[in-house]
Design a protein around this ligand. Sequence first.
Ligand code: C2E
Ligand code: MG
Ligand code: MG
Length: 512
Amino acid sequence: MLTDRPSDLLRGFIIVDEGRYVGVGAVLGLLQAANEANRLGSAQLARMAHYDALTDLPNRVLFHKELSEALARARRRDEMLAVLCVDLDHFKTVNDTLGHPVGDALLQVAGKRLLGCVREGDTIARLGGDEFAIVQTGLDDLSGAARLADRIVEAVSHPFDVMGHQVVIGASVGIAAAPSDGDSGDELLKKADMALYRVKGEGRGGFHFFERAMDDRVQTRRALELDLRHALVAGEFELYYQPLFSLGAERVQGCEALLRWRHPARGLVSPADFIPLAEEIGLIVPLGEWVLRQACAEATAWPEHVRLAVNLSPAQFRSRHLVQTVVSALSASGLSPHRLELEITESVLLQDNAANMAVLHSIRDLGVRISMDDFGTGYSSLSYLRSFPFDKIKIDQTFIRDLPHDADALAIVRAVTGLGASLGIDTTAEGVETAEQLAELRTHGCREIQGYFISPPVPAADIAAMLGVAPAARDGGEVTALPPPAGQTSVGPGDLDVVSVSGGSTAARLQV
Ligand code: C2E
Ligand code: MG
Ligand code: MG
């Protein structure tokens, strides 16, 4: 307890223990010790707040502080300054394959090598992960920054001995300079990072200065991202359909739904230009659901023997609601499950294999067919064919393009159709553009073709006309067909009954 004598209180906190006073000196000693510990503690705290515990280099907080001070100095002295963003190439692989302790040790040694590249007065920091940044001061021109970047790339390219492992990595460096690229720390870091991004895109192991065009590209992408987020609500998406023509039944027995974005300023945008971005920003999940619902609704108007094919993105498998979405799209439209084919690519089986496989089995159990799209462009196609009972293999158009003259393409087509036949899986050739290609495919037992030779993808109303039915009620406005690519032979709406599909010696009439 504390004494309540006013005189003792004046001396400070004097503790009495069972009526005995504890000496004032002892109390002061305790207080001093506590103060000292406190002082040491705050020095340590200050260090922790400004330095990276692993490499002992300045951290992001101190880097920003040093950078703004260096910028102020450079302005006063009318000097140039460079910010270099350094990324260790293949660091993630080392971490994943040799484990985190080796990764950590590698970061420590790499940090020391980087430190050996800079001059006194420059700041080098670890911003996080395998990302380092440097402020280089006192520059007369940019050649000094290029020389430093060169030294870094060279220094990091030598093998590292880490915990008994010899590790070979590399470094990519992006550079932005003040005052030419900006005068705030944030802006310079952002631009150095854009330059770094470019180095990585060009194969890593080098350096690049920031260029205006990089910023423009990023701005364009950001604008596209905003537009894309808005497009679904604004109803700017629509579906085109491309016929799948059976080489046995000699008629259209399916149509593939292909997404189009009618951008108010850019016009019709092709999926190759926006699907990767939609996947990246997660929009593909609601968008894919819209495609499925819309396509199922439109396909109900088609003749019973015409199936609907819909593409699925790997990202839709990650959402975990895919089976429910398929069930709901089928029941809302009334389309029979056996008329639906879902097209996946090998990447679906590459990522999170067991979970995705379970989803695929659940969908197939509904009676829906599963096709392997773009076959031949992935990694280990053959093992994937054994791992799931696919109903159809779609041979990628890159192999069809070179038919009938390219011997390698021919060998691949022959092998895949043979494999399909022996595994009991149908084969479809994508991108068939000429009668010669068709004849070749027929010879090798291909079951189905798709391509401009039959028809390019066309709006829903046109496919309905081709199939001789009235289109289903749609929620979009009027649409027009994409102009067919130059020089292609194609079938226009309503023309299917008059165009002959020549298979070389045998000519068959297109029927629906
Ligand atoms: P895919 O599923 O392999 O679709 C076939 C692509 O080949 C389509 O391109 C089609 O227009 C094009 N094509 C068809 N016949 C020919 C031909 O004879 N010659 C040539 N050169 N090309 C032909 P599109 O419509 O630009 O679609 C590209 C890709 O975008 C599709 O490839 C598919 O992977 C993806 N995609 C399209 N719609 C969707 C969608 O709703 N969801 C998802 N996840 N992906 C989609
Ligand atoms: Mg497809
Ligand atoms: Mg394909």
